[in-house]
Write a protein that binds this ligand. Structure first.
Ligand code: OXD
Ligand code: MN
Length: 591
């Protein structure tokens, strides 16, 4: 399929190392995909769902110990430790040691198995944003998921030509032994190695491993950014053109919901529309016009299933109705379809849960794993942007940061400028979710929602943000905002309705970008006047909105102290001076 010597050598090396019975190149054709589906059904690796209700849809269960990303077993392997650390989640290992470990664990791992060679593109093939990868795997499930999540096949090899470079990925399921599970990144070799897992975030190597961890390195070298951000377009009757926004939230904090938001009725009636460009990752560059342009490198959605329903996200649900792989949700044996918590108000009377056990509503267990997923083609999404396949990407008017914060952080505020906005990204913290192994609901620092995904040291990454801001023409930088949909009252109830009503906040954000609305200057940045957040026909009263927009200086003084400690403990004197200057401003403002 290719004359590219580097590709051929890589495949030969992997074959010699893993010793498969046979090698199959994935050409991207429907015929090959259908044959692989049949084969995986025959071995029980996947189950064919009701093809009338869910055409082209399949079901898969992972091992019970293999249901989420393993941040504490994820490594950046570069020569110089200081290029990877400080990083309190992802760890560092010397490349030599890491390769030796892989040798020990995975040599001969494909014996008796088939080795699949997946040529794929992150981004539209031929776009200046795009990069090619080759993933080697022994899992048909991985092949079928990659065929949804990325652009796969011969055209990627054609794009490489005889000499093109690519990101190398090697995945081996081995025995899915959690003690020997490692997700390793070698940025100096553009190589990813993942062993002993079959969970998407660990094994679909185009996603977190390439499009974030390796790509942050490429971006630093080449002058662009790889971010854990959704991208959406908003069409508003008052604007001449569609405005695009990128937004970073930690895993399982509503990126997919925001990316596919359906505006409240009165906005729809007025002609508002939200278009989804991406729900998880943005690659961002300075365009020829001096603005920042963003593209989504993926071709599908690897979304969290529980909580997705006709109310919370009808667009995501619609996207899962064909050509989708469901992982670790529950099976409904009645009609061979799927179910997960909150899909319907009433649970079906009888299901097979995500572990394969009988399930009834009163059994006291979840039917679907809290991190169960759908892998759905982006083209299925009813609100997919007409620019989804654009080689140029979309120009950004705003960047939004957000996390799950029960207290302190108001509904929305705007930073004073790019560097202050970068500071706002560095101080993000959020309560943990089921997307990674470990305790859920613990407040942790998650700068730019990138803590698990930065491919190099965090302080250098912050510096890269400052440098990128300086590359953008004065006055053309996107405005940077912070939002918090998750503020709670004294009784632990969410104060903001969220979902479609987030349009009301987006509307204010876009008005700020257009210079159409005043704001009040506070200790932390610009906040809306309550009158400028439209709560007509919204399930919230004026007093609650006031509380959501209240900046409690005492709490922020404490927050500033905590941030100062966090910086000191993790970054010491490596922190860029522009960030420290903004911390000093916050401290002074809270006195
Ligand atoms: C994801 C994640 O799967 O962030 O997108 O875990
Ligand atoms: Mn994510």
């Amino acid at each position: 399929m290719t004359n590219n010597k580097k590709v051929l050598q890589f495949v030969k090396d992997c074959e010699a190392f893993a010793q498969p019975d046979k090698v199959v190149w994935i050409d991207g054709s429907d015929a090959q995909r259908d044959a692989l589906r049949e084969e995986a059904c025959a071995t029980g690796e996947i189950i064919k769902l009701n093809q009338e209700k869910l055409p082209g849809c399949y079901y898969h269960r992972t091992a019970e110990n293999d249901v989420a990303r393993v941040e504490d077993r994820t490594f950046i392997c570069c020569e110089n430790e200081a290029d990877a650390l400080p990083h309190s989640i992802v760890k560092w290992k010397a490349p030599k040691e890491a390769y030796a470990m892989v040798n020990e664990i995975a040599k001969g791992a494909y014996k008796g198995r088939t080795m699949y060679v997946i040529p794929y593109s992150m981004g539209v093939v031929g776009s200046p944003f795009s990069k090619i990868g080759i993933e080697i795997t022994d899992s048909i499930y991985v092949v079928l998921n990659m065929m949804i999540m990325t652009r796969v096949g011969t055209m990627c090899l054609d794009q490489l030509g005889e000499n093109g470079d690519f990101v190398k990925g090697f995945h081996a399921k081995c025995n899915v032994d959690p003690e020997k599970r490692y997700i390793m990144h070698f940025p100096e070799d553009n190589t990813i190695i993942s062993v002993n897992s079959a969970y998407g975030g660990n094994v679909l190597l185009g996603k977190k491993c390439f499009a974030l961890r390796i790509a942050t390195n490429l971006g630093k070298k080449e002058g662009w950014m790889a971010e854990h951000m959704l991208i959406l377009g908003v069409k508003r009757p008052q604007d001449k053109e569609i405005k695009y926004v990128a937004a970073a939230f930690p895993s399982a904090c509503g990126k997919t919901n925001l990316a596919m938001l359906i505006p409240p009725k009165q906005y729809l009636d007025a002609g508002y529309e939200v278009q989804c460009v991406g729900d998880d990752i943005a690659w961002i560059r300075v365009g020829e016009d001096g603005r920042l342009w963003a593209a989504n490198p993926e071709n599908g959605f690897f979304g969290v299933a529980p909580g997705t329903n006709t109310k919370s996200n009808p667009n995501a649900l619609a996207a899962t109705m064909k050509g989708t792989i469901f992982t670790n949700v529950a099976l409904n044996p009645e009609d061979n379809t799927v179910w997960w918590e909150k899909l319907t108000k009433e649970a079906p009377a009888h299901l097979i849960d995500w572990t394969g056990k009988e399930w009834t509503p009163d059994c006291g267990r979840n039917a679907a794993h809290p991190n169960s997923r759908f892998t759905a083609p982006a083209e299925n999404c009813p609100c997919i942007s007409p620019e989804f396949n654009s080689k140029a990407g979309v120009p950004l008017s705003a960047i939004i940061f957000g996390g799950r914060r029960a207290t302190t952080t108001p509904l929305v505020y705007q930073s004073r400028d790019w560097n202050h906005g970068t500071f706002v990204g560095t101080i993000m913290s959020s309560e943990t979710t089921a997307a990674a192994t470990g305790a859920v609901g613990v407040l942790r620092h998650d700068p730019m929602a990138m803590k698990p995904f930065m491919g190099y040291s965090v302080d250098q990454y912050f510096q890269h943000w400052i440098d990128m801001g300086a590359k953008v023409e004065e006055g053309k930088q996107p405005k940077i905002f912070n939002v918090n949909w998750f503020r709670q009252d004294e009784n632990g109830n969410f104060m903001w309705p969220g979902f479609g009503d987030n349009m009301r906040v987006l509307d204010w954000i876009l008005d700020r970008c257009e210079g159409k609305v005043e704001a009040q200057e506070t200790a932390i940045g610009y906040l809306p006047y309550a009158k400028d957040i439209n709560i007509e026909n919204c399930d919230i009263d004026a007093a609650t909105l006031d509380k959501l927009l209240y900046v409690d200086k005492e709490r922020w003084a404490n927050e500033a102290k905590e941030i100062e400690n966090y910086y000191a403990e993790n970054f010491g004197d490596k922190m860029p001076k522009e960030i420290i200057a903004n911390l000093e401003i916050l401290k002074n403002n809270c006195k």
